[in-house]
Design a protein around this ligand. Structure first.
Ligand code: ATP
Ligand code: MG
Length: 567
């Protein structure tokens, strides 16, 4: 490809709204272009990266028995009503009307469509297992599209679905997928971490996410340095610190002027945070929920959301709190009626807690569960934080890292087959629902995640396996006929050897060309100029190196091949 004719030019300045490095660099390198919020064109350079990732994904998913299909993007809305997700997905679903006023949905994922498709095609256990998949554009009206390709409203996903006659068969495919996913990221040159993931309110019997560790990641990943346990922060289990346990004393009231936070209260009363109870107010699907957790712990909103089987969960606003006659800073579940009360099990770990007295500037001493307050739900809703004790091994501590979720695998069970009546006849002649798994990879998100992991202060440093081109050929002083001829010969020779070359054939200074080459981040740069020709060759340099080597012109193709093979 000749740079002079390439669609998508490099930019000096990143777009003003681009906060993450991948968004900045992908736009500046001329790889993507924004059309609207969360909607991007893939320009030739970006598209080539995406296609490289797709190729690796295809090979690995085919390798574990996947069969590629393409399903429609346009779905009748009834399908989503049938599964109940029309409501559950809330605002994420893009809905539209056709000319006959039939309601349609733009597919955010394809469990509904694939289950109906398989229902029509599977009769007996002999038709199973099978693993159809597709690589396709998905639509989600995300509340906060951000970071360029990381969270788009239109994005490319590989979604696979597996169908089984029994649990063992699902388990086998699930394990094979874990392997395929690990190899996909490895082959892309993007080391990933597999973590245990939240499987949502519907329960699910197993779910893992694949994370690329990067400081800009949205997800927190907790890793035990001792046993290797790794989990999404949304799901991570940990051992809660012991509480202070003594004989229960009679409750009394204490004046605590202006002490609203746990830290203020604890230091004012000379107790530790773990001897206090914290109250947090949420609104779950429109209803106020009163949450209590020990003062040294924080609420994990995903665990809470699952416990409540809620579709939408958020903190209550100050106005809502006042309207509910709750006293922020002095609230507790003691004597409270008319609210759903959810308690973290830490309220049972310890005695004689300090808790709000439900009037301004007063707290209770010696509050005990269940003597003084009760919960509608009592379970683990606490957030694992750095340094927490690992629940899987005796002595490990959890470390927190940031990660970008690039893949998600999920044992679905029979949720969708039951909703759509996708049954099969087993060996005994009985009709049973097909057991399902689903497996996603964020293909376009990976393009950006790769940049988050692989860049320096000059630009992108593509892992060779997914780079848009393998060689960036810079001709300097191309108005010099000798250079033009030599560069043309090299361009043809490299391409004839099957090497993908981006040829910077512009009349521009060395500085401009080198800056652009560094920004674009192709693994190998070959420079030919009057100076290199005077020495009988061209300069070859890796993107990751500062030093270059002079290679004679007639050895250049071999030299490039050697370096590419070794990189
Ligand atoms: P997230 O928690 O990041 O919103 P999700 O749990 O909704 O992801 P899935 O429905 O499991 O994601 O989709 C499979 C994969 O598709 C994810 O692992 C992620 O890599 C990718 N993905 C999901 N939403 C987006 C998006 N808005 N833009 C780009 N990629 C996405
Ligand atoms: Mg999502």
């Amino acid at each position: 490809m000749r740079y002079s004719t390439l669609l998508g030019k490099t930019l000096r300045q990143p777009p003003s709204d681009a906060e993450t490095i991948s968004h900045q660099l992908l736009v500046r390198a001329g790889m993507i272009a924004q059309l609207g919020a969360g909607v991007y064109s893939m320009l030739p350079l970006g598209w080539r990266v995406l296609r490289n990732i797709e190729r690796i994904v295809r090979e690995e998913i085919d390798g574990v028995g996947g069969q590629e299909v393409v399903m429609p993007v346009l779905h009748p809305r009834e399908l989503w009503q049938e599964s109940g997700r029309d409501g559950k997905m809330g605002g994420i679903l893009f809905r539209l009307m056709d000319r006959r006023e039939r309601e349609m949905v733009l597919g955010p994922t394809h469990e509904e469509v694939i289950t109906t498709l398989v229902r029509q095609n599977v009769q007996s256990y002999r038709d199973l297992p099978m693993t159809p998949y597709q690589i396709q554009t998905k639509f989600r009206d995300e509340t906060r599209p951000r970071a360029g390709l990381i969270r788009g409203r239109e994005f490319v996903m590989k979604d696979a679905y597996s169908f089984h006659a029994d649990q063992d068969s699902l388990d086998a495919t699930y394990e094979a997928m874990k392997g395929a996913y690990t190899r996909v990221f490895e082959r892309c040159g993007l080391p990933s971490v597999m973590v245990e993931a939240d499987s949502g309110a519907i329960g699910g019997k197993g779910s893992h996410e694949f994370m690329l560790l990067a400081s800009s990641g949205e997800d927190s990943v907790l890793i035990c340095s001792s046993c290797g346990y790794a989990a999404n922060g949304e799901k991570a289990e940990f051992v809660k610190p012991a509480g202070v346990t003594e004989a229960e004393r009679a409750m009394s009231e204490v004046h605590t002027p202006g002490k609203k936070t746990i830290a203020e209260l604890a230091s004012f009363l000379g107790v530790e945070p773990r001897q206090t109870l914290k109250a947090v107010f949420y609104v779950a699907d429109g209803n106020m929920v009163f949450v209590t957790i020990r003062g040294d712990l924080e609420v994990n909103e995903i665990k809470l959301k699952n416990a409540l089987h809620a579709t939408e969960l958020r903190l209550a606003t100050d106005l809502e709190v006042t309207a509910a006659k709750l006293v922020a800073g002095s609230a507790s579940a003691v004597g409270l009626t008319g609210f759903e009360v959810v308690c973290d099990d830490s309220v049972t770990m310890g005695t004689n807690f300090v808790a709000g007295a439900n009037k301004p500037d007063y707290h209770f001493l010696n509050v005990n569960y269940p003597r003084d307050f009760q919960a509608n739900l009592l379970l683990d809703i606490a957030l694992a934080e750095a340094g927490a004790k690992c629940a899987r091994c005796a002595d490990g501590r959890l470390e927190v890292q940031r990660g970008i979720e690039v893949g998600h695998i999920f044992k679905l069970g029979v949720t969708y087959s039951e909703a759509f009546g996708a049954n099969f006849t087993d060996a005994e002649g009985a009709e049973r629902p097909i057991i399902m798994g689903c497996y996603g990879i964020g293909v376009s998100r990976l393009v950006a995640a790769a940049v988050e992991q692989n860049h320096d202060d000059r630009g992108i440093v593509w892992p060779p396996a997914i780079a848009p081109f393998q060689v960036h050929l810079c001709g300097l002083n191309l108005d010099n006929a000798d250079v033009a001829a030599a560069a043309g010969t090299l361009y043809d020779g490299l391409r004839a050897a099957g090497i993908d070359v981006l040829f910077d054939d512009r009349i521009e200074s060395a500085g401009v060309k080198f800056n652009d080459a560094d920004l674009i981040g192709i693994p190998l740069r070959v420079t030919v100029s009057p100076r290199t020709l005077a020495q009988g060759g061209a300069e070859v340099k890796r993107r990751t190196e500062r030093e270059f080597a002079l290679v004679p012109l007639d050895e250049l193709v071999a030299g490039v091949q050697q370096r590419l093979a070794g990189s």
